[in-house]
Design a protein around this ligand. Sequence first.
Ligand code: GLC
Ligand code: MG
Length: 548
Amino acid sequence: MTQNPAPATTTATEGNTPPATPWWRDAVIYQIYVRSFADSDGDGIGDLRGARRRLPYLAELGVDAVWLTPFYASPQADGGYDVADYRAVDPLFGGLQDADDLVREAHRLGLRVIVDIVPNHTSDRHAWFREALAEGPGGAARARYHFRPGRGADGELPPNDWESVFGGPAWTRTGGADGEWYLHLFAPEQPDLNWENPEVAAEFESILRFWLDLGVDGFRVDVAHGMVKAPGLPDIGRKEQAKLIGAQVLPFFDQDGVHAIHRSWRRLLDSYDGGRIGVAEAWAPTPERLALYVRPDELHQAFNFHFLTCPWDAAAMRAVIDESLASTGSVGAPATWVLSNHDVVRHTTRYGGGERGTRRARAAALLMLALPGSAYVYQGEELGLPEVVDLPDAVRQDPAFFRGDGQEGTRDGCRVPIPWEGAEAPYGFGPAGSWLPQPAEWRHLSVAAQSGDPRSTLELYRSALALRRRLPGLGDGPMSWHATGDGDAGVPEGVLAFSRPGFACTLNTLGIEVELTVPGRPVLATAPLEFTGGTVRLPAETCVWWEV
Ligand code: GLC
Ligand code: MG
């Protein structure tokens, strides 16, 4: 058992009766992709002990919590998102004691800990699935998954036309004489659970309790939009279904039925003390549908992937921000901003790569951290790491890469172990080697190389996070846009400018500098500034924070 960090709320310092803000409404949460964060034992794979030793770095960086990607017993067909035993730590990452030690140490340092939970599917090595295969059609063990006879004269065709997110059909035929097929929205090693079966819900409730009792502060709910499938598993009627994810409701994604599960999980979380939370990984077609996951009796947060996928364009960014704030606000939830994670191309590269990508990424980070709500930082983004785009095929591990079929399989490029120090790989990641090769240029991007250099991206994040704690107008609370257009107070097209209490943020998205009326005293900028009288020249693709 571990103690939760106190206090469970942060107290606003402004006003006569300071309202207590639940910690998660404005928390900055750092995503640790465990296998690529820090390796303690020299097998080239990051682990829980490695992560624990590096926690002081995160406390000093100024984040409030960490989210750990799955470290459970797993054959690693999908980087641990194929769980064989939800109550055990995979020997690759350590043991249960290491998980306990990590949670304890994080709490000692004032950091909360969120763990990943994977309820949509198990591993094909999970005891339940093995039992289901052994048992044959019609039995209770198969009823925990989606088994169906095939179509065609001999059942040689899949039961419907659904495609796996990783490419190819979403169905695999069992080798047994019965020849049934089972559903897997992801890899064949990840059979989908049947959440209509009460045994499944009961088992997950027990798993959640197991980790809550150990002291974790919450769960990142993997594929929170996928657990319930449309009755009858109807055909979709078109190919390339992966392109529809997040664009429309599908018979396997964003079904209304998932919300009953999230409600029951919320009740469970609320029955524990210390502000335990659930954050949804939900690819919903619109901000309005995403907001359904964070209604007051559902999960606390949902990653805002509309912000993540937004192009570098002031009008588009402003529209996404407005829609997100309006939709989460309509249900009383905070917005949850995110620019990168272990499934997408790192944003320095998405924004064009090279110097320009870095400039934009730094500016986007200040924008994100100035917006109302909570924010997630993916390990290495604070170092400005780019996507590694030239990994040799021989080292790739992403199942999407192997399933081909027009899928890009780029997810290994954002999972390369991060550089800590030193002139040679693995740059302090561990005593020997790293499971994916690190580029030679990363010696200039290591934590040690950037520390103390005021122009570095690491110091930018450190300063931003320190200011976020110091300035009461940041985090949860109101924001208002400055008027756009010509005239004294108007900000030019291509510039985003907004105020929060005692604070202003200005972002020039354009490739040229613009002139602006000085809105206050600059406290942080992603590039050096020039002043002439009451105006400031805001360099291209630069964000500035002002104290007003
Ligand atoms: C989520 C995870 C991703 C994983 C998938 C299947 O999208 O973030 O990494 O492959 O779920 O579990
Ligand atoms: Mg290791």
